[in-house]
Design a protein around this ligand. Structure first.
Ligand code: ADP
Ligand code: ADP
Ligand code: ZN
Length: 214
């Protein structure tokens, strides 16, 4: 099952993608996590990506497409995967489709998690992330057992630099301009499914599982 998560920043893509990956035993591939890990390690890619991310913009397509095409070609992706945060532009989607078409493959579902902008602003201020393992929490909605500490790995949780309100506003603009057109793109391929992302995270997950029909 080859899945992609669509939705605004903060819609809950990462939260759901992790649950999907666990249930269906497929890898969760988050381009945001890959960039943040590279920034933390101080790699060339991380250095290049950081300025775009801090400004709330997108990292240029050429820095992300090959990386993802490479990743989905690895052995653990044989039975499928859930892509979270990619594609984010039409050219990225076209590159992914072209790469998949070479082996007669395609994206099975583009899961579009719908959450209005106003809820997003509220959610982002409360998001806390673990840079060590990628887990995410919300100080009110989905708190960790111990404040400031990751349940999964024990590392400290941070408020991401790009989750500050000014940057979130910019990211939402970028989303509407460059990423939202993907909804139409995948609709035209009969791959898009829509989920109400304002429900409790477990209800969102149940709705996704029902739509995937397995
Ligand atoms: P969120 O989950 O809040 O939407 P991500 O962790 O997916 O955020 O991404 C964080 C940042 O990393 C984005 O704002 C963007 O700068 C960069 N990024 C992640 N994936 C991509 C991509 N596919 N194309 C371009 N930039 C990306
Ligand atoms: P994305 O990957 O789309 O940027 P996340 O999965 O990181 O989004 O979720 C954004 C924030 O909202 C996080 O703080 C997360 O804990 C919280 N969150 C996720 N799903 C829900 C939900 N269904 N209801 C309320 N808060 C949620
Ligand atoms: Zn952790």
């Amino acid at each position: 099952m080859k899945l992609i998560m669509l939705g605004a920043p903060g819609a809950g893509k990462g939260t759901q993608a992790k649950m999907i990956a666990e249930k269906y035993n497929i890898p969760h591939i988050s381009t945001g996590d890959i960039f943040r890990a590279n920034i933390k390690e101080g790699t060339e890619l991380g250095k290049k990506a950081k300025s775009y991310m801090d400004a709330g913009g997108l990292v240029p397509d050429e820095l992300v497409v090959d990386l993802v095409v490479d990743r989905v070609g690895q052995a653990d992706c044989k039975n499928g995967y859930v892509l979270d945060g990619f594609p984010r532009t039409i050219p990225q989607a076209e590159s992914l489709d072209a790469a998949l078409a070479k082996t007669g493959d395609k994206v099975d579902y583009a899961i579009n998690i719908e959450v209005p902008d106003q809820n997003i602003i509220d959610r982002m201020g409360g998001r806390r992330a673990c840079v060590a393992c990628g887990a995410t929490y919300h100080i009110v909605n989905i708190p960790p057992k111990k404040e400031g500490v990751c349940d999964k790995c024990g590392e400290s949780l941070i408020l991401r630099d790009d989750d500050k309100p000014e940057t979130v506003k910019k990211r939402l603009e970028v989303y509407h301009e460059q990423t939202e057109p993907l909804i139409k793109y995948y609709k035209a391929k009969n791959a898009e499914v829509e989920i109400d992302g304002t429900m409790d995270m477990n209800d969102v997950f149940d709705a996704i599982v029902k739509l995937l029909g397995a």
